[in-house]
Structures are given as structure tokens and as C-alpha cells.
Design a protein around this ligand. Structure first.
Ligand code: MRU
Length: 366
């Protein structure tokens, strides 16, 4: 497939070679607004307040954030402080630590005067590499969708359920879970996507539905609790989701509610796939359910909902008053509930053995 048919980018360098451009995802789907990140504080705020979100995109913006920070203070102390500030923005998506470690390693041995250009160059490589990786993930996912299409008779669309947003908005380009779906649609393989709304921030309803609409992919938004019922009645052929961190044992952390979908899929014999690029694997975490840190976000994300009012204005309205609210942002699905991990290198079983089979250099390093 020709890349030129799918050229969305969610982060870019402005012509001055220093300012970082992003699409403000908190405004979607109501408005399309670009924002310029001119300082490392701008990058920190963009990640923490979720103007950018999705594990691979958080990583890429974190890398650019470190470059912006070095332009402010390229000393060793400046580098260490900026690393810590950016790292503290969001705790679950491991791509952030991966990207910060990578840029820091690239510049650490250089004289401060050489650090800024080197950091920008590496951040750009990370962004470009993400697009290439996701394209490869998409090809591997496409193969699975094609196989499923044949398995269900080849005479109707494949019904794919996805949770949260793992499309191009969650990455630098293409997306992970949605990449194969975009390819299937573009190649004439009929697909229909069940889009979990994904409360509390509604990334499914606001972002995934917007992406699929823009690309003309048939889809239906469903309340988060509908998936199990649809699976029981044969209306879901496969699930494909993204992930924020995969442990070395194959456990998968993703947006809150993913675990319940995996349980329902397992109970109903529906294949459940997770798409990921290699920086999402945290080889240091042996047991995902036990050890992956789960971000707790503000209760106001639960008690308020954003929408368009009858007068056309976009506003947050309160839907819960007088009750306590809790907001764990992610959960962990044990690898045993996952049919396969879709990576840029191919598809593997969600286990330590499966991961080491695809990444033998890691097995050798242990
Ligand atoms: O809180 P978010 O919107 O950053 O959460 C995003 C997700 O959970 C995605 O599914 C995950 O990052 C995979 S993105 C390719």
C-alpha cells in the first residue's frame, strides 16, 4: 500500500527547526486545533493534560520535550532535571521512559554545545521510526483480519471490536490496533468496527470514531458495557486493541475496561489480539498484573462529560454530584486471555517465551 494514501502525522517540527507542532486531542472531535510547543514546560503540560496521548505518541513528544529542555539548559543538571519532569507526567505508558532513556543516552557523552541538535535529530528518528513500525504492525494485523474474513465465510464484513484509541492519533502515524483495519478497508476487505465508547475520557467515541469516520471505515459506537452481549450473540469476530505496556511475561496493560473485554472474548471464543511496537515492551517488569503502575487520574474525568450544547458551544457538564468518584486509567489483562501479540516483527503468543521468540536479542541479553 502506498504511504501517500495515509499521511496523517500527530507531531511535527515547525520550519524553525525548534518548535514542535501537535494536534490538540482534547479539542477533538469538536474542533481541530494545532498547538505549538515552544518550551519543555509546554511539552510536559501537553502530555500530562493529554493534548497528546497514546503510548507511542507520548514517547515521541517526550523525546521532543527533552530536546526543547536541552535548548533551555544543556548542562548535565539540566538534562537530569528535564528527564525527571517529563518522566513524571504519565506513569503507565512505558514508551515515555523508553524514549527519554534513548535520547538521554544519545546526548549524555556529548559536549553541551552538541546536545541540542543531537536530541532533535534523535527525536525525529523516533517519530519516523514509529510510523514505519506501525505500518509493519498494520501489515501483520491485515493478515489476521484476512484470515478471519475467510474463516467467517468470506461473504460479509469482519466485525472487529476495539477499545480506547489505538489509531494514528495515539501514535505518530498509522496507529497500532487500527493500522490493519485502515489497510483492510483501503484494500477492499470489508470490515465493520465496534467502537467502545471508553469512559471516562471517551477516547473511543471522540477519537477512534473520528478517525474511522474520516477514513470512511464502517463503524458503530457502543456503550462500554455492550461488548459482552455482542460477543455472546456472534456479532464480534475478533477484538484488536493497543497497549501502554507489555510485561516480560506477556501481560498487557491498556485503557481501563480492556480486561473485561478480554474476559468476555475468552468466554465466547472470540480471538483477542493486542497490537504493539517494541518500545511498549517493558522487559524489566516480570509480572504485569502485579507490577505495572496504574495511573490514577482526576475524579472530575468521571463526574463530568464534554459535549456540544444545543447553542453549538462545547462545554463540560457535570453528570455526577455529591458522590465520590475514582478514576484508575488502565488495567492489566493476563497474557493467558490474549490470543496473540501483533508486533512489527510478526505475531506471537502473549507469554515470555512468545516475546523472546520474536526478540531473540532480548533472550540473549538475559
Ligand atoms: O490514556 P490514553 O488515551 O493515553 O490511553 C491510550 C491507550 O490506552 C491506548 O490504547 C494505548 O496507548 C495504545 S496506543 C497505540
Amino acid at each position: 500500500m502506498d504511504d501517500s494514501r495515509f499521511t496523517h502525522r500527530t507531531v511535527w517540527l515547525e520550519p524553525d527547526g525548534r518548535t514542535v507542532g501537535i494536534l490538540d486531542q482534547t479539542r477533538l472531535p469538536f474542533e481541530t486545533v494545532n498547538v505549538a510547543l515552544k518550551t519543555s514546560t509546554d511539552a510536559e503540560i501537553a502530555i500530562r493534560d493529554m493534548l497528546v496521548r497514546g503510548a507511542p505518541l507520548i514517547g515521541a513528544v517526550g523525546a521532543y520535550g527533552l530536546a526543547l529542555a536541552l535548548a533551555e539548559d544543556a548542562s548535565d543538571t539540566g538534562l537530569a532535571a528535564a528527564y525527571d519532569r517529563l518522566h513524571a507526567t504519565r506513569p503507565t505508558a512505558i514508551n515515555l521512559r523508553w524514549a527519554l532513556d534513548d535520547v538521554r543516552a544519545r546526548v549524555a557523552g556529548l559536549a553541551p554545545t552538541a546536545r541540542v541538535d543531537a536530541a532533535y535529530a534523535r527525536a525525529r528518528e523516533i517519530a519516523d521510526e514509529d510510523v514505519a513500525i506501525n505500518r509493519a504492525i498494520g501489515e501483520n494485523a491485515f493478515g489476521l483480519i484476512e484470515t478471519r474474513h475467510k474463516a467467517v465465510g468470506g461473504n460479509r464484513p469482519v466485525n472487529i471490536l476495539t477499545h480506547c484509541n489505538a489509531g494514528f492519533l495515539a501514535t505518530v502515524g498509522w496507529g497500532t490496533a487500527l493500522a490493519g483495519i485502515f489497510m483492510a478497508h483501503a484494500r477492499g476487505l470489508p470490515v465493520h468496527v465496534w467502537v467502545d465508547e471508553t469512559r471516562p475520557r471517551s477516547q473511543g467515541a471522540y477519537l477512534t470514531a473520528w478517525e474511522l469516520r474520516e477514513a470512511g471505515v464502517p463503524h458503530t459506537v457502543i456503550a462500554d458495557n455492550a461488548g459482552g452481549h455482542l460477543m455472546q450473540h456472534g456479532q464480534v469476530d475478533m477484538c484488536i486493541v493497543g497497549t501502554d505496556r507489555v510485561a516480560a511475561n506477556g501481560d498487557v496493560c491498556n485503557k481501563i475496561g480492556t480486561y473485561l473485554k478480554a474476559l468476555a472474548a475468552f468466554d465466547n471464543g472470540v480471538p483477542f489480539y493486542v497490537a504493539l511496537p517494541y518500545p511498549t515492551i517493558d522487559w524489566r517488569v516480570a509480572d504485569g498484573v502485579r507490577d505495572i503502575p496504574i495511573e490514577e487520574r482526576s475524579p472530575t474525568e468521571v463526574t463530568q462529560v464534554r459535549g456540544r450544547l444545543p447553542d453549538g458551544a462545547v462545554a463540560d457538564v457535570t453528570v455526577i454530584e455529591g458522590s465520590a468518584a475514582a478514576n484508575p486509567a488502565f488495567d492489566v489483562t493476563p497474557g493467558r486471555l490474549v490470543t496473540g501479540l501483533i508486533t512489527e516483527r510478526g505475531v506471537c503468543v502473549a507469554s515470555g517465551e512468545g516475546l523472546r521468540g520474536l526478540y531473540p536479542e532480548r533472550a540473549a541479553a538475559e
